[in-house]
Design a protein. Sequence first.
Length: 550
Amino acid sequence: MKKNVFLFFFFLFTFINLNAQNKIDKISMTYGEELADDKQKIVKIIGESNGKIFGLGLNKEDYFIKIFDSKSMKLLSSNAIVIPQMTNKEVDFEDIFLINNKLYAIGSTFNKSDKTFNLIGAEISEKGILNKNTISLFNSVVAKKSERGDFYFELSSDEKTLLIMHTCRFPKEDMVQYEVRLFDENLKSSFETSDKVKFDDSKKDYEFTISDFDLNYKGDVFLVINESYRDSKKKEQIEKFEIHAFKKENGYKKEVIDINIKGKEIINCKMMTTNKNTLQLVGFYSSVRANGKANKELKGIYNASINLATNVNENLKFNEFDYATKVKLLGERRAKKGKDLKPLYNITTLIEKNDGGIIVLSELQFIYVGQSQGFGPFAFTPVTYTKNEIIVTCLKPDGTLDWSNVVAKEQSASVTTMTVTFGIGGNSGGFSVGGTLTIPLAQMGKGPEYLGSIAIYKDGVLNILFNDNVKNKGITDIEQIKSLGNYNNAVPTLFIFDEKGNITRKDPEEVVKNELVLRPAVFYRKTPKEYIIYSSRKKQDKLGRMILED
């Protein structure tokens, strides 16, 4: 009898452990069993296929393929990825993707003799073994190793194709080169293009930015390029703002769409393709002085909508930040003086609303690089990532402001790195690519992945979930919040926005000691209301599902 009672309680404990659940309002998080302490932190949830979840693990400099059962979230296997050398050159691991149920590892290598920056791909088995028949993706001729540039990746929404872009600079030629290729599930290129653009940094305040690139549901490819400088003689700020479109139905012939802007400077741009065959461009702009010099600070947010059937910009609207938003971000005294925002905010998320409008999430982001210790390859650099408040801007279908509000949060985390590549996009002189702060895979698992947030939009309601200090319970005023502090002691909090932008904050009813802490930078969006997530408590890790209930 005693044995039966023991077995009953053992079964009950195991069942509870496999279905441990946290819930905040309508968002529930259900976890599988605790993962073994193998020191392999999950740095990316690659995808889900055929009843299995694929994750990328990292332990120091070694990467692992981790496979979980979709139902129980139980770890089925974990195998090291061995990246072979290619032509006596060591291959640097870049990323891993699940493309139409096929798993591929992507790596790069630099060939000094012919000055080429090469990208290769290889199908990888569930045991972490790479196919010996590697596939050459890029052989980009560059000026030199220090100007080799970077590769950027974009997986299509149906996860059946992979768009890759390489950008670099040729200083002696005053040229910037971009190469873009689209690959299918066999890593066969279905489209490729390259172009060299004149780079004239002798002009006043010259900047050249490849702001964003994207792929729509039709297989069309788009790039946004912004070139700006000051004409001191005419006392004007010159903005060359254009889209390079490559449409599948037109045989990927290059089409250039110009957007005419005067009296303002474009600070950044994010792009979103829609199911209505439009291309939405959103970003920050600054005002320009009488002498043509841009103020560089953020005046407001703009929206341009391109009809892809005609390549016509049907609207271009500039919306200054309203007074109420400025008071929250700058304080009443500075807001009354008409001060603008510091250029520290980056657009992280664009959401297409049900009515055709856009919700824009812009997070304050910056990196502080400390003094390096040591010499040469043995030098270590402390780096602090900061991700603070989020400006939530809702635009009407015509591009004008509907409402704006602020998510009050203050987060930071530090790592020590042997490199100085910090994932905020390439930047060389007046040439830059992108802008949103992303955490390099090699620095994940050490703290920065606890920062940021997860946005969920359904039925006209926006939910933003993030980690916060337990002392901030119930507080939405940015002046009253305390910093996150030790992220191991954080608790999840939820900001809910109604259709008019009013905030309702939801916190756990009671703080449970040693509760799992969500890692917002590591998740996989399966549907608009279902996510695969990863949470930890010191050495205790679990994989789970987060669902927005109806």
